[in-house]
Design a protein around this ligand. Sequence first.
Ligand code: C2E
Ligand code: MG
Ligand code: MG
Length: 677
Amino acid sequence: MATTLMRNTAPREHPGRYYGYLATVAVCSIVAAVLTAAYAGSPDTGWFSVPFALWLTAGLALVAELRPARWAGLRMSPIAMVSLTYVYATMVTWGFLPALIIQCAAMTILFAQLGSSVWRSAFNLSQMGIALCAAWWTWTVISGGGPWDSTPAQIIGLLAAGMVWSVVSTSHVATAMKFRVGGSWPGHFWDWFRSEWALRLTLTAISPLLAIAATTSWWLVAVSAIPIFSVYRILQTAAAREREAERDPLTGLLNRKGFQQAVERKLVDAEETGTDVAVLILDLDRFADVNSALGHDVGDKLLMELADRFLADKPPGKAIARLGGDEFAFVWAELDGMTDPLECAREIRARLDKAIVLDDVSIEVDGSVGVAVFPHDGRDYQTLFRHADIAMDESKKRAATYARYAPEFDHHSPERLMLLGDLRRALDRADAPGVNLYYQPQVCLRTGEVVGAEALLRYHHPERGMVNPAEIIATAEHSSVMRMLTERVIDIALRQLRRWNDAGFQLRMAVNVSVRDLQSPEFADYLTDRIETYGVDASRLQLEITESALMADARRVVDNVQRLSDLGLGISLDDFGTGFSSMQHLRRLPVTEIKIDKTFVTNLIERADNAAIVSITIDLGRALDVGVVAEGVEDEKVRQQLEDWGCGLAQGWHFAKPMSADDFDRWLAQHRATADH
Ligand code: C2E
Ligand code: MG
Ligand code: MG
């Protein structure tokens, strides 16, 4: 019903043009009807002294629209309009004006049933009035007018009139659509005509029989209602079948196909009204366990119970589907800017909170929701659906309950694939430009001395310029390019370390490594080889590992980290405190240093909770006898506080931003010169 209501609103762009068109059609219809009625004159028998059969015809036309048969199309919902048969029959037996009156009355009943707004009903009454004028003229010209006599010319004239009616009416609808949603006129025309012509032809073909009946005896009119009713029933059944094909038989919710159609209809409306649409996908956790432990019957009952929960107080702008297995999908339409789409996700999740009791067994249900919002996260169904699915995967990975789509979750978007290709080319040859490292100094808080630097990746894209390293890592991490990238980073970093060594700077180098590197055993071999090639001391190398890296396939990662540690290099736990299992990693890994994440450090003066976390982490480092580095130090107050708490090292914009190797050398020389004074 929401769709119908939306169509009753004005288009956002050029409403004047749209309403101007509607008004013109209304005026034209009145002029055309008056002229046609005047020309047609009154029937020979007079207006009211007509046989009962004609009154019966008129009455049945009205009855026919009491329960309209409609079935769902994408843009429109074709409606049978069975009354047209009676209207045509009236036109040729009784005259133009009675036909027009019956048409208007039948359509008014129809539009009331469909919930059309007054102005939309008025437009449709007008355009159908014009169509009837055109039909009457066609009939009169071909048949030569005169009372109904079932001559071949009259029958051909009537069939032609029916087709002209459809063409004229469809043209008006197509023009209104073009003003409303844009697009091409022939496209709209063809969309409508294609979905309706066969039915219209059938209704037209029945009308001569009805005309014969109406001029013969009233009981023949009554009997001829039977085939017309059959057509109506067939349409109803076809519509019901079509609706069934869009349903999931187990839960009665929409299925994948039905969901797609529901979303596409809502997107058309949203485009017109400028509202947002949220597409959400819910995937249950461990549903397979329920099936295998309690049987498929219980699994089915669980899904049905969930469907009932989701359907409870369903607002009109929402549709729910089961996509198969334990996956559900939701679409929330008509969101204005004030509604947070994540609120929809929370609402869905809240319905899983209460355990489901089936056959005396209480089952806890859990699941992850992914959200994608039109128009921000995609403009068409396919994109939105794919993005909601990606967000759902991401929320599973993070063990969160819901997540909204973000481009960095998507490892396969066209932009990412392009970036990946460009990156691969930049890494293919050792001398190809683009990939480089910046160095950010790490300072000893007690002495102010620079002890080393963190190597940070910089990639200069030929067209895009500098690309955010986080985006590069997210793009490359799921492909073999990550390996090439890390090898390049290690190579540049160790070469630089060697240069500093040769220049007499006893510095250490911190390098970030990714999940993928830590999963492959060859990584340690490569590192060993590079350390030997450049002849640097392994203990001067610090590998920064992020917690998220450790969460994937922990066993293998732990083994490889142990191997790296055995080489003699330091292991630094990066972004400490932001993950879920920092403490566990501290116990399991040969960590030599903790790096407190900048989100806790930067604002520790203003935020007491962050201050507590930082000071406790420093204490923890002392207790475990591992080093502590604070990253993201942006001002002197923070630096002083960290020093007071006994933090070992720090890095951040307060000391220096990441710099190119040359800038770093200059900065270092200057820093040392100032320190000496
Ligand atoms: P990270 O390892 O936590 O690096 C620290 C980030 O904080 C760097 O961002 C750095 O520029 C930034 N930063 C430094 N001082 C401050 C400060 O005072 N305030 C603020 N707000 N930020 C500061 P960057 O260079 O954009 O790197 C982002 C992330 O990308 C890094 O986070 C790291 O996880 C990853 N990354 C960078 N280079 C590499 C690499 O070569 N390999 C891998 N695997 N990851 C890398
Ligand atoms: Mg780091
Ligand atoms: Mg960090």
